[in-house]
Ligand binder design. Sequence first.
Ligand code: GSH
Length: 201
Amino acid sequence: MKLLGSFTSPYVRKVRIVLAEKRMECEFVKEDVWSPESTISQLNPLGKVPVLVLDDHTPIYDSRVIVEFLDSRAPISKLIPDDNRERAEVKTWEALADGTNDAAVAMLLEGKREKHLQLQSWVDRQRAKVDRSLAEMSRALGKNTWCHGKSFSLADVTVGVALGYLSFRFPSIEWQSQYPNLLAHYNKLMERDSFKNTVPQ
Ligand SMILES: N[C@@H](CCC(=O)N[C@@H](CS)C(=O)NCC(=O)O)C(=O)O
């Protein structure tokens, strides 16, 4: 298997963390999707990473499909529950965290446009999504040890990735002081090798 991606993408980091948690070997191939030389669209018509290429050359995307595939493939450290209702709850956490990343990425890309082309109302709309998502993550985590149930799951992976991405790209968003329970959770996640070894850079 080969994973195509970048070291900065939060969606790629999610997959790398899942691979590490499940102790799965996978070659990493650096792919710059913004380069004119990128051939990623031959594997994923959407032109996005991550893409997991299986040994028989079948490409799998996007990150949600990849992590579900990996989780079902190896029985150790199950990250997505089998029970239908519980699985939906964990995947709702994933949708919330991925959506936070979507909004943050949209803000980042808008900020890269020429100043006179940037639309403040668009940035504000994305920022409001980030703010509401952080509030919801904090509320739903409460004083619990894990985001879902009694053990580490994909919910924790995705929330940790989203918080890490905000710290990396938007240090001015001070979620750490606003939501001490998210900070404590993030610090706990950062003790895991899977998180430590995939810090965006
Ligand atoms: N929903 C996708 C999002 C993937 C995504 O947006 N990746 C970004 C990198 S952070 C990308 O490849 N963007 C290139 C583009 O939008 O053209 C997933 O979960 O894999």
